[in-house]
Design a protein around this ligand. Structure first.
Ligand SMILES: O=P(O)(O)OC[C@H]1O[C@](O)(COP(=O)(O)O)[C@@H](O)[C@@H]1O
Ligand SMILES: [Mg+2]
Ligand SMILES: [Mg+2]
Length: 330
């Protein structure tokens, strides 16, 4: 089996980007180690602090953020970084060619129940000149690499450098990432959806109607039964979609007028959309292709609908229709 290093060489990924990817992968091994020790290492539970988005930070949110920051500072190829857990962009190395955006611990509410969590990352080219927040405001199409590491029963790395999606499994004894799927591919059709149903009454009409039609199963307009899964960690839900197809959505909702979307464009939606498109799937907000969005702020949030291409198209066909005559499903 190919190691990650051998794989990067075989794909002719340039030396500096390979080095950066290996740094991210090595740090994820250390994160995996911390996550696995759980209560034994005293890393579970929340802190008294909130991040810039008003969310209470878990101890592991801060620990993993610091681990990635320290590793990227030592790497030398990184001009700057932006993290879900940092208020502002962080200047790293003056001569660095890359910008790295990351969610150090996705699904952090799962950590205290020993359920799936992961790290998501995105690599962008660093524009010349002074580093500011504007340096990061590039569309997802500019990403040079993206991936996630899933800390599950085994630790897995899904990676794209724009040449398909490869999946690596961390060997527990040798501590090497080994290539276990050279070409992840999302089946175009599916009978599985993932959405937080508890928000149903807050969704827009198109999503209300789409999900209602899925729930009608064989007697509804879709004429087939659908199953539902919800891991409550995007990284776990997207991994399932990449592994066996499906549609995952965190749609627009009006639960909190100040926060109509949950997932973050730069740290979650863009890297996952890059992986999903590279595996043959689609990723949209309902109205716009995620990778085409020009960001206006680093911490910006977006609606996300991604996965099996035909099912995403089916969901999108409900958007942009006139719902004024539709029954209110509240
Ligand atoms: O189940 P909920 O609370 O609606 O939210 C789950 C979503 O929130 C997230 O956990 C947000 O990520 P963080 O844990 O990085 O804040 C997503 O991974 C997940 O899809
Ligand atoms: Mg997250
Ligand atoms: Mg997080």
């Amino acid at each position: 089996m190919q190691t990650l290093t051998q794989h990067l060489t075989s794909q002719a990924v340039n030396d500096s980007l390979s080095q950066l990817i290996l740094t991210l992968a090595d740090t994820s091994k250390a994160i995996s180690h911390a996550v696995r020790h759980g209560a034994l290492a005293g890393v579970l539970g929340a802190t008294e602090q909130e991040n810039v988005q008003g969310e209470t930070q878990k101890k592991l949110d801060i620990i993993t953020n610091d681990m990635l920051k320290d590793a990227l500072k030592a790497d030398g190829t990184v001009r700057g970084l932006a993290s879900e857990e940092e208020d502002h962009v962080v200047e790293v190395s003056k001569g660095g060619q890359y910008l790295v955006c990351f969610d150090p611990l996705d699904g952090s509410s799962n950590i205290d129940i020993n359920s799936l969590v992961g790290t998501i990352f995105s690599v962008l080219p660093a524009p010349a000149g002074e580093l500011t927040e504007t340096s990061f405001l590039q569309s997802g199409r500019a990403q040079l690499a993206a991936g996630y590491v899933l800390y599950g029963p085994s630790t897995m790395l899904a990676l794209t450098t724009g040449q398909g999606v490869q999946l690596f499994t961390l060997h527990p004894e040798t501590n090497e990432f080994l290539l276990t799927d050279a070409a992840m591919s999302i089946s175009p059709d599916t009978a599985e959806f993932a959405i937080n149903m508890s928000n149903q009454r807050f969704w827009e009409a198109p999503m209300q109607t789409y999900i209602a039609d899925l729930l009608l199963g064989k007697i509804g307009p879709r004429e087939k039964s659908f199953n539902m899964r919800w891991i409550a960690a995007m990284v776990g839900d997207v991994h399932r979609v990449l592994s066996r197809g499906g549609i995952f959505t965190y749609p627009t909702d009006n639960k909190d007028a100040k926060k109509p979307y949950k997932l973050r464009l730069m740290y979650e939606a863009n890297p996952m959309a890059f992986l999903v498109e590279q595996a043959g799937g689609k990723a949209s907000t309902g109205y716009e292709t995620i990778l085409d969005i020009i960001p206006t702020q680093i911490h910006q949030r977006v609606a996300v609908i991604l996965g099996s291409s035909n099912e995403v198209d089916a969901c999108l066909s409900y958007h942009g229709l006139d719902y004024s005559e539709e029954p209110n499903l509240d």
